[in-house]
Design a protein around this ligand. Structure first.
Ligand code: F6P
Length: 343
């Protein structure tokens, strides 16, 4: 069979590990593999090349994606889904493996449902907010990067008696904020799932400083919102092809508000795309490899319209529709565990 593969949406450490796994397992099972460039944009343009053992060697540990990526949405492009079908037919692609998050896999789900396109999704996002899988690859690497940053911020916070506000990624969900906050010993963690009240945050910091502590670490997800507020802070009003605003800046607002209200000198660090760059952790390399192999198994089984997913220690096939129904939000119990260490 000729199998196509694409990477869409924001990049994520581990994408190359999935590509390598699909190619190695695919060739071993008698398939050929076509790599489409730049997500759905490359599929619509029929922009692809042959992936083989040679051009996918040496990429396991590399961040980014050798295929390139984009946030192009065929359903927002004139005749987009027709172009996808025509390009796959022209290339003789009989099965397509899109690697992506809610947007890229959302397109795959629609193409499967509306046009019967044979797709098997692989879940990717550093945000870890895709349904039906315990973890997405890339998340663990992002958490490690943030934790390393918090460790560094701790020593400078301590030296200057400052409040350090750390803004991390997480559009709908606070998984990165909570995991790295627990690992880094944060004194407050603000997430999209729990709108915050800045006065409460300041009270908590004051109480902590009254017990003799002279510095604090506050982790805030970019998608965090104020109680009664309208929505997360966006850097621009324009939205992407999937209707998402470019988030960012809530940390800057919080830094000023904390300093003004408490008088504690504060500084903000926005980690931004550093969280998505560089080499994947060993955990993410293994998970990405397992997902890639399992995606080819799903193609062999004819299990189209599914996504490979991690359930405890097993990789399973779940219906794409179910995985995409709603974002996977924070586990309440995990947040309560983090709270034990606040203030
Ligand atoms: O979806 C993953 C993510 O990293 C979000 O956390 C973030 O809001 C978004 O991508 C940023 O996207 P871009 O790289 O297009 O600015």
């Amino acid at each position: 069979m000729r199998v196509g593969i694409l990477t869409g949406g924001g990049d994520c450490p581990g994408l190359n590990a999935v590509i390598r796994a699909v190619v190695r397992k695919g060739i071993r099972d008698g398939h050929t593999v076509a790599g489409f460039r730049n997500g759905w944009a490359g599929v619509m343009e029929g922009h692809c090349f042959e992936l083989d053992l040679e051009n996918t060697s040496g990429i396991l540990h590399r961040g980014g994606t050798m295929l390139g990526t984009s946030r192009t949405n065929p359903f927002r492009t004139d005749g987009g889904s027709g172009k996808v079908k025509a390009a796959l037919e022209a290339e003789g692609v009989e099965a397509l493996i899109p690697i992506g998050g809610e947007d890229t896999l959302g397109v795959a789900g629609r193409l499967w449902k509306e046009d019967g396109l044979p797709v098997v999704g692989v879940p990717k996002t550093i945000d870890n907010d895709l349904g039906c899988t315990d973890f997405t690859f890339g998340f663990q690497t992002a958490v490690q990067i943030v934790t390393d940053a918090i460790d560094r911020l701790h020593t400078t916070a301590e030296s200057h008696n400052r409040v350090m506000v750390v803004e991390v990624m997480g559009r709908h969900a606070g998984w990165i904020a909570v995991h790295s906050g627990i690992a880094g010993g944060a004194d407050a963690i603000l997430v999209p799932e729990r709108p915050f009240d800045v006065d409460e945050v300041c009270d908590r910091l004051r109480r902590r400083h009254e017990t003799g502590r002279t510095f604090s670490i506050v982790v805030i997800a970019e998608g965090a919102m104020r109680q009664g507020g309208e929505g997360p802070s966006a850097t621009e009003q324009v939205t992407d092809a999937f209707g998402h605003a470019r988030l960012g800046g809530i940390g800057v607002e919080l830094e000023h508000e904390i300093e003004d209200r408490t008088g504690f000198e504060s500084r903000v660090t926005i980690l931004g795309h550093v969280q998505r760059g560089g080499t994947p952790t060993a955990y993410d390399r293994v998970l990405a490899t397992r997902f890639g192999v399992a995606a080819v198994d799903a193609v062999n089984d004819g299990a189209f319209g599914t996504m490979v997913a991690l359930h405890a220690t097993e990789i399973r096939q779940v219906p794409l529709e179910e995985a995409l129904r709603e974002p996977k939000l924070l586990d309440e119990a995990l947040y309560e565990t983090a709270e034990v260490f606040f203030g």
